[in-house]
Design a protein around this ligand. Structure first.
Ligand SMILES: Nc1nc2c(ncn2[C@@H]2O[C@H](COP(=O)(O)OP(=O)(O)OP(=O)(O)O)[C@@H](O)[C@H]2O)c(=O)[nH]1
Length: 319
């Protein structure tokens, strides 16, 4: 920008002084940029640019004594200083430049100069307008890029916060949240909602004989099997350890029992990553007066019953 303005001043106005001033601006900008590329010191480069630009603008306004719409150049200081130095120093630099303009304007007011409108006045308006336009375009670009990046990172954090790392299923927090929402949604889904609590049998023995890593693979494999068996509206989550929970909306307990039996049989009849495993499942249904704890406690009792009765089976506790 300085180079263009310097050329205009040298060629159009034949003004050595203004041309030199803008050449100093060009040299300073290039010097600071080169220094920044070498050191990567953003903070100091921002200070140097803002200070140099503010000083040059003040000197220019002083030199032409506020004539020819030279005050326009002061408008560029707030966007530059706020963007590069932040809220506090942006305010300081803006106050300095506007205070300085008021001072010069006050002198002019006293001396009551003739109103003049020259090619210089016009070019000052054009140059500052173009600079402002480019500056705000750049700011908006960086703002929307930052916003997009932030949204993306937020989504990632949200996903991490509600996902179980090993299986990729929803975790217990997400499960709680989902169930609370579902239970408060409407009465019909409230009372026809069933829940399965599923636990791998003798998993400690599997871990002991095959190793913890193999145990992890089995949990992952089981999660995939369960996921492939549920409906799109059902929710499968890892309850913790070797326990999984399945929420079946719009499902009466008899249907939930049949589904649980099919799941159990499927696991029994197929190997998971080459290992024979079995699961026990506790089944129950939500009542109109249940809260989450009461519902889960019933499912847990049903699961305990299944374990107690020999494992690899399902047990139902109806409300
Ligand atoms: N590999 C692996 N093991 C886990 C994980 N979470 C819990 N476990 C193991 O799961 C086993 C659960 O053991 P128990 O609670 O005694 O239950 P169990 O051996 O399955 O016996 P029953 O439930 O009574 O049939 C423990 O050995 C835990 O270390 C995990 O993320 N990965």
């Amino acid at each position: 920008m300085f180079t263009t303005v310097a050329a205009i001043n040298f060629i159009v106005f034949s003004s050595i002084e203004l041309g030199l001033l803008d050449s100093v601006g060009t040299i300073l900008s290039l010097g600071i940029y080169a220094w920044f590329r070498k050191t990567g010191n953003v903070a100091l480069a921002s200070w140097m640019i803002t200070t140099a630009f503010t000083a040059l603008v003040m000197y220019f306004i002083f030199m032409v004594n506020g004539t020819a719409n030279s005050f326009m150049w002061a408008i560029l200081i707030p966007p530059i200083s706020y963007f590069l130095l932040g809220k506090n120093w942006g305010t300081v630099f803006s106050a300095i430049i506007f205070g300085f303009c008021c001072y010069i304007a006050y002198q002019l007011y006293d001396s009551q100069p003739a109103v003049e409108y020259s090619l210089g006045s016009f070019l000052n308006i054009v140059e500052v307008s173009v600079a402002l336009l480019l500056m705000f375009r750049f700011y908006e670009g960086t703002r929307s890029d930052a916003y997009q990046e932030l949204s993306y990172q937020n989504q990632k954090i949200q996903l991490l916060a509600e996902t179980d790392k090993l299986t990729g299923l929803f975790n217990r927090e997400k499960f709680d949240q989902y169930l609370i929402n579902l239970m408060s949604s409407n009465d019909r889904s409230k009372t026809s909602l069933s829940l399965l609590l599923l636990d791998v049998d003798h998993f400690k023995q599997i871990n002991d004989s095959k190793g913890h890593l193999e145990g992890d693979k089995i949990l992952k494999g089981l999660a995939e099997v369960l996921q492939s068996k549920i409906r799109p509206n059902d929710l499968l989550a890892r309850w913790g350890g070797e326990e999984f929970v399945v929420v079946l909306p719009d499902t009466q307990v008899d249907n939930a029992k049949d589904f649980a039996e099919r799941l159990r049989a499927h696991v029994e009849q197929n190997t998971i990553v080459g290992v024979n495993v079995s699961v026990s499942i506790g089944v129950t249904q939500l009542t109109a007066h249940d809260n989450i704890d009461a519902l889960l406690s019933r499912a847990d009792k049903a699961l305990y019953k299944a374990k107690h009765k020999g494992r690899n089976r399902i047990e139902v506790i109806s409300p």
